[in-house]
Design a protein around this ligand. Sequence first.
Ligand SMILES: [Ca+2]
Ligand SMILES: [Ca+2]
Ligand SMILES: [Ca+2]
Ligand SMILES: [Ca+2]
Length: 318
Amino acid sequence: MFTRKFFFNVVLFVVIVGVFSGSAIARYINGRNWADSVVHYTEDIQNSGFVPGGSGSGAEIMDPCTVWWVLGPSDADVDPNGIGNGYAWDPCDMDYVAGWRFATPQQEIVVKFDIPLDDAPDANAVVIHLYCGSYAEASVWAGADNDPCNYVRIGTIAGVEDEIPGTPGRFYDARFNFAIDNVRYIKVYRETAFGGTGMFFDSFASADVIEPTSRVEVAYYGWCITSDLNKDCYVNLLDFALFTTNWLTCNNPTDGSCDHSSLPEPPPSICHGLWQSGYGIEADLNHDCYIDVSDLAIFAEEWLECNDPCNPNCTPTW
Ligand SMILES: [Ca+2]
Ligand SMILES: [Ca+2]
Ligand SMILES: [Ca+2]
Ligand SMILES: [Ca+2]
């Protein structure tokens, strides 16, 4: 019989291998399981086209390079201090959402979680972060596989006039539960298509924030200190050795002089999208897709920090 601890150790091994390989891996980030890939979207799925001070008329249609708009942690409402205010159209907010607008019916998007979503009966299993118009409505479906016949409807998202959801740009967490094992696929399907039914999705994630109780869980649930590259809850020489192996490398998808061999084909459109899709190099501590003195400064700042849950001298990051 495999124990839970054995399972976590296997996963930790996979996580550590991921540090070296640079390939996308299933992962929790800060205790939540975020969607890892988009497996299907209809032809009019697009971002909102919002530009600060503009009207939102310049939307881009989603393509394989921009599926990251709905992957990874919520990122469409983040001010320079990393705190959102629930509104997507501030001057500092980026248009990292995808959905539908105008009167184009029968639109849908399906995201996949590499790690199945928990079906705990009393918990909210999945959270969809979105904004929508007053008359918007979408059905939400869950599946253990991506067979259209096997999807189970788990609820509806609907806008309400003068409320949230229902106010464009005002984010809302739509929460759903289900009694299905091993759900990896979540689908949203457009049910209304006329004026005021636009709907844009920022992220899809497990609802619960899982706090770690062991070093292995710190790594598994994505709570490691940025510079803790070997994910053992301590920032020390072992991490510095890993850091130096990547020194002065880069993987910025928009820079032809960088090494793109570990990126998917086609690659995410920008560096941020690469991180949202799970293809960042861990030693790129500031997530700008270059490993240089800016990262070294972060490493120096975190030198000898620790977040081992079993060591009272360490500081938890959760
Ligand atoms: Ca905002
Ligand atoms: Ca997003
Ligand atoms: Ca370490
Ligand atoms: Ca960097």
